[in-house]
Ligand binder design. Structure first.
Ligand code: ZZB
Length: 259
């Protein structure tokens, strides 16, 4: 699976981030890096998700910068030429848990909203991507449902309501689902919680297919173009801007995950 790893610069730490982490960072630039299969939807980022119970680290990357991702992802990237230096070399400068990161502000690359907050998502898998997920609630049913859950029970999820205040942003339109596919399918399939895994998987599949085959961009440099054509172009622009990097998962893990 070839993902696009999108780099979201940390612009302000949340209230729970430890002084150890801040000290380890010093003045370095820190990127929270999210793996996505939908680079063309990055205009519609409204927040960033982490698993509150997952363990993350800050890892030395290129140009004296740090990547905030899972250790597993750092090991993979170290063999894919993402970091500077010898292949396979991983240097962790600090540990951080997902719950500590809530309320941290990041700058989503190509996002129409320039600064968004880190929020918790229950189903983030430690075994996929970087463990950091960028949220596009217009076109990802998981993201839409999670954002609505968080808005309903902000206190229970230990977030401030204003962190979840950005509404879904239309990015592309399709004949079947309009320009808010995720909301449409969550209503159509009566998906009432982020824990409704089976229906969410079905909604995700439908959204992927309809968007890819019948979607037309409604924002960005490729507005008016089919999604399938815009997808590689947006990806290339992000990579050239230094705001994304290709990321692949090892074959063995892909197989064991779907088995
Ligand atoms: C932005 C985005 C916009 C995504 C969208 C999807 C959609 P897949 O297909 O199963 O490989 N993701 C990435 N890492 C994780 C993780 N560790 N745990 C849970 N979810 C994760 O899934 C790839 C997608 O799952 C990624 O693409 C990411 O969300 C999420 F409009 O990034 B995506 C219809 C889907 N639309």
């Amino acid at each position: 699976q070839e993902y696009t790893a999108v780099k979201m610069e940390v612009t302000e730490w949340g209230p729970e981030v430890s002084s150890e982490v801040k000290q380890a960072v010093g003045g370095k630039k820190v990127w929270m890096v999210a793996a996505t299969l939908r680079p063309e939807t990055m205009y519609g980022q409204t927040n960033c998700f982490v698993g509150p119970n997952l363990k993350y680290g800050l890892f030395e990357s290129a140009h004296n910068e740090l990547f905030l991702i899972t250790e597993r992802a750092a090991r993979n990237m170290a063999y894919q030429g993402t970091f500077e230096g010898e292949s396979g070399r991983v240097v962790k400068v600090a540990d951080v848990t997902g719950s500590e990161l809530l309320g941290t502000k990041v700058a989503p690359p190509f996002g129409l909203v320039k600064e968004v907050y880190v929020l918790p998502m229950e189903g983030v898998l430690a075994t996929k991507g970087t463990g950091v997920v960028t949220s596009v609630p217009s076109d990802s049913p998981d993201d839409y449902r999670t954002l609505m859950d968080l808005r309903k029970k902000a206190e229970m999820y230990k977030i401030k309501p204003e962190w979840a205040a950005v509404d879904p942003i239309p990015v592309l339109k399709t004949p079947k689902y309009g320009d808010m596919a995720a909301e449409f399918l969550c209503q159509e399939l009566k998906i009432n919680s982020q824990r409704d895994k089976e229906k969410l998987a079905e909604a995700k599949d439908l959204t992927y297919k309809e968007g890819f085959y019948n979607g037309v961009m409604v924002v960005g440099d490729f507005k008016g173009e089919p999604v399938a054509e815009a997808k590689p172009k947006v990806r290339q622009q992000m990579i050239e801007a230094g705001l994304a990097t290709p990321y692949a998962e090892p074959e063995s893990e892909v197989i064991s995950r779907s088995a």
